[in-house]
Write a protein of this length. Structure first.
Length: 147
């Protein structure tokens, strides 16, 4: 039986998240940009990335989710076309983010090589986009796992 989730402070304590005790803060291993918090499972290729990004004004919420997915694909050096499987609204009533105007869940696949390997892996990407136009911010939570 795995131990209970651990409350982790994010962005200097501005936010917090409950994460499994089996994840490691990647900033303890390498430099991470100030707008990101990155956690990786110690025994698998799964990771959680929490990012504060510029609010994508002038596009619909589902298009903003797709925009951020494509940006992640570019950052991952994804080969070929990154595929969006679904974009669905998340019910705000169940979230405790009172400053969030809307929330969206995106599922997709990307074909990526790990480090300098030749082999390519299909990575399933799960994203939650929390839109906060009053702060000119999109909060993006990305879960990656190789399947």
């Amino acid at each position: 039986m795995e131990a209970a989730d651990v409350q982790r402070p994010l962005f200097g304590g501005a936010f917090s998240a409950q994460l499994p005790p089996s994840v490691q803060d990647v900033s303890e291993l390498r430099e991470i940009p100030d707008n990101q918090e990155v956690f990786a499972h110690v025994h698998t290729d799964q990771s959680v990335i929490i990012e504060l990004l510029e609010y994508q004004d002038g596009m619909s919420d589902p298009d903003a989710a797709r925009y951020h997915f494509e940006d992640v694909a570019t950052s991952n050096d994804a080969q070929g076309k990154a595929e969006v499987v679904s974009v669905e609204p998340l019910p705000l009533a169940q979230l405790s983010l009172s400053s969030c105007s809307s929330a969206w869940a995106l599922t997709g696949h990307q074909l990526v090589s790990k480090f300098n390997e030749q082999a390519q892996n299909t990575v399933t990407i799960y994203m939650a986009l929390f839109r906060m136009p009053q702060y000119s911010t999109d909060l993006l939570v990305t879960f990656k796992g190789v399947y």
